[in-house]
Design a binder for this molecule. Structure first.
Ligand code: SAM
Ligand code: DTB
Ligand code: SF4
Length: 367
């Protein structure tokens, strides 16, 4: 049951969202238990592989170049450092790594070749690999799939009606197309939204309706509370009450019983009790580690204590779908072969020169 047949209209969803809180949590918990192990919560790690300097104007985002925030732009990380961070994440109990890049869209260049290699390497460590790189065409999605990408994250963020109040540099439709491209390539879809941006409850429901209209709704739905960052247009937005977060998690859980609902950004503003209600209401994942992409998240030890107190266990990788097999990437292999041939030609030329009696001239340093 991908979509709950009892909740197919905007009115039904609104009534669900507005139920007495504990009634809603109880209903969500009942659905959750039918489809998921209620003790298991996935620990996922976020890694900002390319930070800041983004040309887009998403009003919530500290990484947009046009806003003056404390984020320092950073070029794409090396494959080696990503592997090191992925090993750390795994040893701390994470079973999924989400690599984020502050790009408007993926371009077919050396950086993308490196991301493809990162996906291969991290998948081979036995972690579920998720990427969030902005817009993606069909060929790029195919390439990531072949490399072993498990999930692609691309959020619709809010309802189609409210979206334009927050972002003007790309359309809702563009986002739907990217999601469709990931889906067509056979990558699982991770897509959700942000609450607390000044939207109405109807917009939160509108977001869920957008997923309901899809032939296959996302396997993974992250629910973020806005992290209001100084310098962004939403810097003065009042933090939402945690009860709203619980309602949104619970409603999403009831409507999409099979999907993993992720309690994502905004946990630093929540109490342990508030988070506990989210887990009861069906949240099946958190981001672990003291940093999201650029903003703070609870300390690792704090979450470990919370898991112990609540009797939660970290969910292992690939329980919902098999691990993809990373296949060689043609572009990377071609580049490697070209560089191998180049090296070999240089070596042969050097040997040839020595054989013919050529002696390299000594260069004396002139001081
Ligand atoms: N540039 C890519 C894109 O926009 O798809 C990937 C990175 S972007 C940071 C990933 C998601 O993080 C956004 O779609 C948004 O939902 C979420 N996000 C960004 N800033 C946030 C904030 N201040 N509070 C909550 N969520 C945020
Ligand atoms: C998602 O929905 N939330 C994560 C992940 N997908 C990429 C990102 C949250 C970012 C919060 C702001 C920041 O740390 O920059
Ligand atoms: Fe760029 Fe993504 Fe931030 Fe929008 S959310 S400004 S696309 S990094």
């Amino acid at each position: 049951m991908k979509v709950n047949p009892d909740y197919q209209t905007k009115e039904a969803l609104l009534a669900l969202y507005n139920k007495p809180l504990l009634e809603l949590v109880f209903e969500a918990a009942s659905v959750h238990r039918q489809f998921h192990n209620p003790r298991e919560v996935q620990m996922s790690s976020l890694l900002s592989i390319k930070t800041g300097g983004c040309p887009e104007d998403c009003g919530y985002c500290p990484q947009a170049a046009r806003y003056h925030t404390d984020v320092n732009a950073h070029k794409l990380m090396s494959v080696e450092s990503v592997i090191e961070q992925a090993k750390n994440a795994k040893s701390n109990g994470s079973s999924r790594l989400c690599m984020g890049a502050a790009w408007r869209e993926v371009r077919d260049n050396k950086d993308f070749d490196n991301v493809v290699e990162m996906v291969q390497e991290v998948n081979n460590l036995g972690l579920e690999v998720c990427c969030t790189l902005g817009m993606l065409n069909e060929d790029q999605a195919q390439r990531l799939k072949k490399a072993g990408l498990f999930a692609y994250n691309h959020n619709l963020d809010s309802s189609p009606e409210f979206y334009g109040d927050i972002i003007s540099t790309r359309e809702y439709e563009d986002r739907l197309n990217t999601i469709e491209n990931a889906r067509k390539a056979g990558i699982t879809v991770c897509s959700g939204g942000i609450i607390g941006m000044g939207e109405a409850v109807e917009d939160r429901i509108g977001l869920l309706m957008s997923y309901m209209r899809m032939e296959t709704p996302p396997e993974s739905i992250p629910i973020n509370a806005l992290v209001a960052v100084e310098g962004t247009p939403l810097e003065d937005q009042k933090p939402i009450e945690q009860w709203e977060m619980i309602r949104m998690v619970a409603t999403t859980r009831v409507v999409f019983p099979e999907s993993v609902v992720r309690l994502s950004a905004g946990r630093t503003q929540m109490s342990m009790e508030g988070q506990a209600l989210c887990f009861l209401a069906g949240a099946g994942s958190i981001f672990a580690g003291d940093k999201l992409l650029t903003t703070p998240n609870p300390e690792f030890n704090e979450d470990k204590e919370m898991f112990d107190i609540l009797g939660l266990i970290p969910k292992s990788a690939f329980q919902d779908a098999p691990q993809p097999i990373s296949q060689p990437d043609e572009i990377i292999e071609r580049k490697r072969e070209a560089s191998r041939l180049h090296e070999q030609a240089l070596k042969e030329a050097r040997e040839e020169a020595v054989k013919s009696g050529f002696e390299p001239r000594r260069v004396t340093k002139v001081s």
